[in-house]
Design a protein around this ligand. Sequence first.
Ligand SMILES: [Fe+2]
Length: 299
Amino acid sequence: MQKAGTHIAIYGDAGRGNAEQFDLGRIMARRHALHPFRFALSTGDNQYDATTPDIMKRIFEEPFAELIRAGVPFYQTPGNHDMDEDRITEQLRYSREVNALSQGKGGWVLPAPSYVIRDRFVKIIVLNVTAAGSEFPYPHEALEFAAAELAEDTPDWKILCCHYHLWSTGLRGDHKEMKKVFLPFLERHPVDFFFAGHEHHAEVFAPWNGMTFAIVGHGAEIRKHVMPSAQPSLFRTNEIGFTELTLEADRASLVFVDRQGRELWHQLVPRRNLTRSTGNQSDPAGYEQPAALDRPSHS
Ligand SMILES: [Fe+2]
């Protein structure tokens, strides 16, 4: 039975069509049966191989078949491998054809390289900060898009998702250019969570200015390199898996699940700005319980 709140499956760097991705799909489906996901969100690198007529079957439709049949929309974040060889053009076309939301069924959702997901009391800003052949194009357009979306002062949970990380103890270590651009941006436009992929492990960092930063890039391949990071790490795993994010009125929880279904780590995250006045004394976050099991929307 669907519970109140927004329960999301977050995974990343999974688009390989390998045995690990099939394990990921199986365990996500098993967890969905226990507590249904409103939707899934990929942190990018959804397609590693060249575009062929059967590519979407291999890297998406078959590994995630059970969840797609169950009606789960899969929101996609563009990663650098999705930009290689202009794969994103085909992915955008595929999204328009499948169009999971308008058909009321599960499937691939990528309405634009950067876009917004709205669901109950959460706003997720998906940003494309990648480009073909470049580790980091300065994301002027993406930042302008995010600034406009974050300017609105609402009691929603605010989440930013893009492929490149800020901090990491993985292969690449801290991403200097991302930190240089995004830390001042986030001081002006704070969010509750910042999710990224690119690194092939999972990690959660000590809060920075009340914001939680997580890497979820362990969907189909792992790397065990350990680099120093300027930000203390609270949790790290090199097991294949994904993350469940549950958002309620006054708190969130993160649960990292591995490919066997083991819960490796569980963290409760209190609201960052519960003190903000919302005019609703009985509900400090300004929420009401959802009246209906509506669908998430995007723009
Ligand atoms: Fe990547």
